[in-house]
Design a protein around this ligand. Structure first.
Ligand SMILES: Nc1ncnc2c1ncn2[C@@H]1O[C@H](COP(=O)(O)OP(=O)(O)OP(=O)(O)O)[C@@H](O)[C@H]1O
Length: 267
């Protein structure tokens, strides 16, 4: 996924800080993500991963710092269809039992002109998204009749239907069984090979480990590590938690290995 040198970063956050109810949650965050990168955002519970994703998607305001998306300052950014967000599962499927197709179609709404029915192109995108996650045959079923892992795939299909260039996924494999994790990993690989930029919040990478270009490890609301994925991300977390009380200078790393070379078994 080589990027033309003149292309602006997809995400550029400088010295970002977030406070919730007056309490500092994130501090001094510098994060640059380039087009086509597959970044894993890791770290212990409560280290600030979800809060960072919310700040990057505008769901949580920055107390200070500068944020640009696709080279546009956040304040003037309007092109939200370029961004897909798969939230942490949790309540998905509770309440109104929408059908799988309806949930996925909701991800297409930003493309649709106001009050116009979905067009042929919209339907094609919705159906393709269902196919990618392997749920075409469940399109008309209520989401509540699906397993947790399948519901997670519905949420990914919803983001896919919008055909975004940048995907945020918050813990998509939490509580998902291994076969479903593998389907998720295959889906993300497809997206990555197509050139999508992916920011994945994950506690454990599991079958997604070989896809990652770069790991960003959060600790106490700061970036404790930014660099090539280590042999085991759990080692990274354990290492950082166990021995270091001061955060590391982030390690810059602009030449991420290609997904394909990782899959070929290169280091
Ligand atoms: N809405 C909120 N109100 C109060 N505190 C919050 C809120 N959201 C997050 N926090 C606090 O901010 C800190 C970071 O939380 P965050 O959810 O970003 O961490 P995380 O790394 O994503 O953890 P997890 O893996 O548990 O999702 C935690 O101390 C949490 O208690």
């Amino acid at each position: 996924m080589s990027t033309p040198a003149n292309e602006p970063p997809v995400i550029e956050l400088g010295n970002g800080a977030v406070a919730i109810a007056g309490r500092p949650i994130l501090r001094g965050i510098d994060l640059t993500v380039r087009s086509g990168e597959f970044v894993a955002l890791m770290g212990a519970n409560g280290s600030g991963k979800s809060t960072l994703v919310r700040a990057l998607t505008g769901l949580r305001p920055l107390a200070s710092g500068s944020l640009s998306l696709f080279g546009t300052p956040f304040e003037s950014f309007r092109d939200w269809r370029r961004i897909g967000f798969v939230p942490q599962r949790g309540g998905a499927g509770s309440g109104v039992p929408a059908s799988v197709w309806e949930i996925v179609a909701s991800g297409r709404l930003t493309h649709r002109r106001l009050l116009r029915p979905l067009g042929r192109r919209d339907r094609a995108a919705i159906n393709e998204a269902l196919e990618v996650v392997g749920l075409s045959h469940r399109a008309n079923d209520g989401v509540t009749t699906l397993s947790g892992g399948q519901q997670q795939r519905v949420l990914i299909a919803r983001a896919l239907a919008g055909e975004p260039e940048l995907f945020f996924l918050d813990e998509p494999t939490a509580g998902v069984d291994l076969p479903n994790q593998q389907v998720l990993a295959d889906t993300l690989e497809t997206l990555s090979v197509r050139g999508s930029t992916i920011v994945l919040v994950a506690h454990e990478l599991g079958p997604m480990a070989p896809l990652i270009d770069r790991a960003v490890v959060m600790r106490d609301g700061r970036v404790a590590y930014d660099g090539p994925p280590l042999a085991s991300a759990d080692v990274a977390t354990a290492h950082l938690d166990g021995h270091h009380h001061h955060h590391h200078e982030p390690e810059r790393h602009d030449h991420a290995p290609h997904v394909s070379s990782l899959l070929d078994g290169a280091p």
